[in-house]
Design a protein around this ligand. Structure first.
Ligand code: NAG
Length: 360
């Protein structure tokens, strides 16, 4: 072999890596909102309960699947499985979750238990399959997915026979009402307060809260088999906050008109929850408006595929509070199981706070 061929050989794997990295602008532009035939008009009311969906994927001849980059959301929530293994859950359709998972070298099955809590119901997904040769294919939610109105035991397994299942019903292309656009986590993270609510405690009456400090917490569970590595947070409070992540003091702010943005490397372990804890203070001496608002993205690394998963969440009723600020409340191991759900006062943009300036 001529020595001057060596550099090209060395560059080949690097080019593949670049191709794989650049190809992550996955979106929902080709996806449809699908559900069962129980929905009679697009975006119409569907029965409350769980439904099972499957998509079997056989790679083209000569292609070996390596990993899947998946973005998914369900109105109202889901559990996602790949080849029988649970990958993750979602519970707010406004925010998609993104997962990177290892695939089998030939047949693969994506399975979703979708849950409707009332009103419209729909599943939206886009999957980019990366092959070992660096090329990709994209699968989307469409009428090639199949469903069962029951959720049979073991339906998520590769070996399950879904031949008797019915093709999913499309309610329309991504972008249609009532779902409109969905927030997709990006890496590096770009945050928006659009889906956030101003939250406080149940002490708010007529828009006013008593003076003093209150404690808030939100626990994020990473996708199964992954390690949280990075958190990005945009946060503001009326009047002041102190933010902790994983028990570590991250920062504080003293005005509701400007939010701070934090990029925080995490030193978590495999499958360890990320706990955000906030002490928020209504500093005035008489009752007046008080609120806390935040948007968060957490990136996790899947050790088996060496790629990232990411999730967005905002201040809403999944945060919990205490009307005191107990010692050690910021520590991940603190037991907040008896804390009530935060009270959502108004969506971002609403009075009296209107918009907040922040860097996304
Ligand atoms: C995973 O995410 C981190 C944090 O944004 C980033 O530095 C890293 O390059 C990502 N890794 C891959 C394989 O995309």
């Amino acid at each position: 072999m001529s020595p001057n061929l060596q550099p090209a050989m060395h560059f080949a794997p690097l080019l593949l890596l670049v191709a794989a990295t650049v190809a992550n602008a996955l979106d929902f532009s080709q996806s449809s909102w699908i559900w069962t035939n129980e929905v009679t008009t697009p975006g119409g009311t569907a029965p409350v309960g769980s439904r099972a969906f499957r998509k079997t994927f056989t790679p083209p001849l000569g292609k070996t699947p390596a990993t899947a980059n998946i973005i998914i959301t369900v109105d109202n929530g889901y559990t996602l499985y790949v080849n029988g293994a649970e990958v993750g859950v979602g519970a707010d359709f406004h925010d998609a979750e993104q997962y990177c998972v290892a695939l089998d070298s030939c047949l693969n099955v994506f399975a979703v238990t979708g849950v409707n809590a009332g009103g419209p119901a729909a599943l939206l997904v886009a999957i980019e399959v990366l092959y070992t040769d660096g090329t990709t294919s994209t699968l989307v939610s469409d009428t090639t997915w199949r469903y069962d109105v029951a959720v049979p035991t073991g339906y998520e397994q590769l070996s399950y026979d879904d031949n008797s299942w019915t093709p999913a019903i499309s309610q329309g292309a991504y972008g249609i009402a009532p779902w409109d656009t969905i927030a997709i986590p990006s890496n590096p993270p770009v945050l928006s307060l659009t889906n956030s609510f101003w939250i406080w405690t149940d002490e708010v009456s007529g828009g006013n809260a008593p003076p003093g400090s209150r404690a808030f917490r939100r626990t994020y569970t990473p996708p199964i088999g992954s390690t949280p590595t990075l958190a990005k947070v945009v946060i503001a409070a009326d009047n002041e906050y102190t933010l902790y992540i994983g028990g570590v003091l991250i920062g504080s702010g003293t005005t509701f008109s400007t939010a701070q943005t934090y990029l925080v490397p995490l030193t978590s372990q495999l499958n360890e929850n990320v706990v955000l804890a906030v002490e928020a203070t209504n500093t005035l001496t008489t009752a007046n408006p008080a609120g806390l608002i935040a948007a968060v993205e957490i990136i996790s690394m899947d050790i088996t595929c060496g790629c990232n998963s990411s999730a967005l969440f905002e201040t809403d009723a999944r945060w919990v509070y205490d009307t005191s600020v107990p010692a050690g409340f910021e520590q991940p191991a603190f037991d907040d199981s008896a804390w009530p759900a935060a009270v959502t006062e108004v969506a971002y943009g609403g009075a009296p706070w209107n918009t907040v300036s922040y860097s996304p």
